[in-house]
Write a protein that binds this ligand. Structure first.
Ligand code: AP5
Length: 210
């Protein structure tokens, strides 16, 4: 399956992508994680991306398209992939079509702007492997410690309230038009956010028929 996960910041795209990845046996490609790793490692891409990410803006389309084309050419993507965070502008979606990058389904996870704040203030991310937790809804077994690799957890820099507001505005202005784009192409499915990760996964499986 070649799937795009759409939805505002904090909708649960990354969380559900990891679960779906295991279920379907295909890789998740998260452009946010790729960019955050590049920032952490101080690469040329990271240095360029950091300014945009810190303020909640988007990295230029040309830059991110180069990154995704390279990643999708790797062997593990031949049997399908789950895309978390891309395409997120009409320019990127059109570039996918021009490049012949196949998409079977765009799955939108909806969530209200009010709920997003709670998601962001409680999110914690592993400094080692980037696994995502939430202090209330998805806590680690040991306080502030990753279940998978044992590294400590931290808040994402772009989860500060001012930056979240900007990210949300960017989502409404630049990413939301993709909903109509994929609806017009009969590729859109919608899952309304549920109060727990497990409940959202159940609805998502039902919607995808898996
Ligand atoms: P990116 O990392 O893609 O951020 P985002 O789209 O804003 O999404 P988030 O990662 O914030 O949220 P999510 O939906 O994955 O939620 P999560 O599962 O973590 O991008 C970051 C930046 O990189 C961008 O701002 C941009 O600068 C740049 N970038 C990336 N891609 C780009 C592109 N294509 N073009 C240009 N720039 C790009 O869940 C959130 C929290 O809620 C967690 O704590 C989780 O445990 C909890 N939770 C999840 N689901 C539930 C539930 N159902 N019930 C209760 N709690 C839940």
């Amino acid at each position: 399956m070649k799937l795009i996960l759409l939805g505002p910041p904090g909708a649960g795209k990354g969380t559900q992508a990891e679960i779906l990845s295991k279920k379907l046996g295909v890789p998740t490609i998260s452009t946010g994680n790729i960019l955050r790793n590049a920032v952490k490692n101080g690469t040329k891409l990271g240095l360029e991306a950091k300014t945009y990410m810190d303020t909640g803006g988007l990295v230029p389309d040309g830059v991110i398209m180069g990154v995704i084309k390279e990643r999708l050419s790797e062997a593990d993507c031949r049997g399908g992939y789950i895309l978390d965070g891309i395409p997120r502008t009409l320019v990127q979606a059109e570039a996918f079509e021009d490049e012949g990058i196949a998409i079977d389904t765009a799955l939108l996870i909806t969530i209200s702007d009010e709920e997003i704040e709670e998601r962001m203030t409680g999110r914690r991310v592993c400094k080692g492997c980037s696994a995502t937790y939430h202090i209330k809804t998805n806590p680690p077994k040991t306080h502030n410690t990753c279940d998978s690799c044992g590294h400590s957890l931290e808040m994402r820099k772009d989860d500060e309230p001012g930056t979240v507001r900007n990210r949300l505005q960017v989502y409404h202005d630049l990413t939301e038009p993709l909903v109509e784009h994929y609806k017009d192409r009969h590729k859109l499915l919608v899952v309304n956010n549920q109060p727990s990760i497990e409940a959202t996964t159940a609805v998502l499986y039902q919607t995808l028929g898996i």
